[in-house]
Design a protein around this ligand. Structure first.
Ligand code: HEM
Length: 408
């Protein structure tokens, strides 16, 4: 077991993540590019391999690309609205929102990542397979937790942690996309970067590993947060009405620029990110002895650093009545006055979320379109509070049922 240190001091935590990040360049997670290529992801990689990859992949998530993709992202939310309406007509009014939203995430990433439309609302097979690989892990939770505690030890034995069949499944998706995508497509930015990366020397397997990790990221973060925002709207009908009012008041065409005018939507999104959090902690591995003058203390090489971002977000000194869902705590530009270390849903420093703007924009447009077109209320099957899987904080234990009423 690694010696670990939890950093509660805001200034020291900020220095570790930003100014002094060269002492703490990596996470302490399992990756083995040869034995288990699906683990060679941007999230897991260390050293120069990570640095080179990060530099290249960043190009897929620039503001200019997001601006160019905006209308397509918006257009895709209309498929979610149609998919929800179709489900409502056939099975309503109590629907599993999680399935609909996660399908939307998979479909969106299929377009931006691979350049293909996966027809997910008509063909349930792709969704079932992807969820199967997310949920059915190769080892039981207690073994996974041992591997997570000793990743470098298990690396010596070249163990495989990826569920069997998953590597072949994603490789198939990538090969198929390369055959069928429109080479002149203008929004599959992630695939375009993959194909140019390292002067076009990336293997299909490397593309498949990165694509699968992005899919994991979009489902477990954006997907979960959208569900949680709609769940909060069901618990708080007054807030839902206030949000719908703001949506109807805006008359300009929706663009990346005009989206900024939806202030209450932005506050609902921030408060969902605060209360429901993405990762409970941000971790870094100390790779060089690091002296902290404030404490006259040296953190030795090999110590695992834990920064409790969810703890900061739930600290009443930072956010009074932290258990209460209150979008107004972000009203009037309050975010500008909040110490960034106490609210960092996308992490901080050079290993922060590579797709933060994309993720937040997708989150906002999806909630906007869903609240505009449907009313959400708590139903008989709604689980309050949401129960999460042990060891998998971002995966709700069960489906997320809400009562849905069409407003058209
Ligand atoms: C609301 C949406 C999202 C949230 C809240 C979120 C949050 C996070 C957080 C907290 C981290 C760790 C940051 C750190 O250690 O400092 C992270 C890393 C990462 N995220 Fe996101 N994320 C979101 C969406 C996405 C999406 C849509 C993608 C890709 C399509 C993505 C890809 C990644 C990757 C690749 C990393 C690892 C970066 C590295 O180590 O270089 N995320 N994200």
């Amino acid at each position: 077991m690694k010696p670990s240190m939890m950093i509660m001091d805001h200034d020291v935590a900020k220095d570790i993540l930003t100014a002094d990040s060269k002492y703490f360049p990596s996470r302490f997670t399992y990756n083995h590019a040869n034995a288990d290529p699906m683990t060679a992801t941007l999230f897991n990689l260390r050293g120069d391999h990570w640095k080179d990859l990060r530099k290249e992949v960043t190009q897929a998530f620039t503001t200019a690309k997001l601006k160019k993709a905006f209308h397509r992202i918006h257009f895709e939310t209309k498929s979610l609205v149609c998919g929800t309406q179709a489900k409502l007509n056939n099975y309503g009014p109590e629907l599993d929102i999680r399935e609909l939203v996660l399908k939307h995430m998979i479909s969106t990433l299929s377009i931006f990542g691979l350049g293909v439309n996966c027809n997910i609302y008509e063909d349930g097979n792709v969704y079932d397979k992807i969820m199967y690989y997310f949920e059915d892990n190769r080892y039981p939770p207690w073994i996974r937790s041992i591997i997570a505690s000793f990743p470098d030890f298990f690396k010596k034995f070249s163990i495989v942690v990826t569920p069997s069949g998953m590597k072949e499944f994603y490789l198939g998706l990538v090969k198929n996309a390369l055959k069928t995508r429109n080479p002149k497509g203008d929004v599959d930015f992630i695939m375009q970067v993959f194909l140019k990366m390292f002067s076009g020397t990336m293997t299909n397997q490397e593309i498949a590993s990165l694509y699968a990790s992005f899919l994991d990221a979009i489902v477990t973060t954006s997907g979960s947060f959208i569900c949680e925002a709609l769940y909060e709207m069901s618990l708080h009908p007054d807030m839902q009405e206030q949000l719908r009012k703001e949506i109807h008041q805006q008359t300009e065409e929706l663009t990346l620029e005009t989206l900024k005018k939806y202030e209450y939507l932005d506050n609902v999104v921030s408060e969902t990110l605060r209360l429901h959090h993405s990762d409970a902690q941000i971790s870094r591995l100390c790779e060089k002895d690091y002296y902290i003058p404030k404490w006259d203390l040296t953190i030795e090489e090999g110590v695992l650093i834990i920064i409790p971002n969810f703890g900061f977000q739930m600290d009443p000194d930072n956010f009074p009545n932290p258990d209460t869902f209150d979008p107004d705590r972000f009203a009037g530009g309050a975010l500008d006055n909040i110490n960034p270390i106490t609210f960092m849903p996308f992490g901080m420093g050079n290993r922060n979320c590579i797709a933060g703007d994309f993720g937040r924009t997708l989150f906002k447009i999806t909630v906007l379109e869903m609240v505009k077109n449907f009313e959400f209320t708590v139903g008989k099957k709604t689980q309050v509070p949401i129960e999460y899987q042990p060891l998998e904080l971002r995966m709700p234990m069960n489906k997320l049922y809400l009562n849905v009423r069409s407003l058209k």
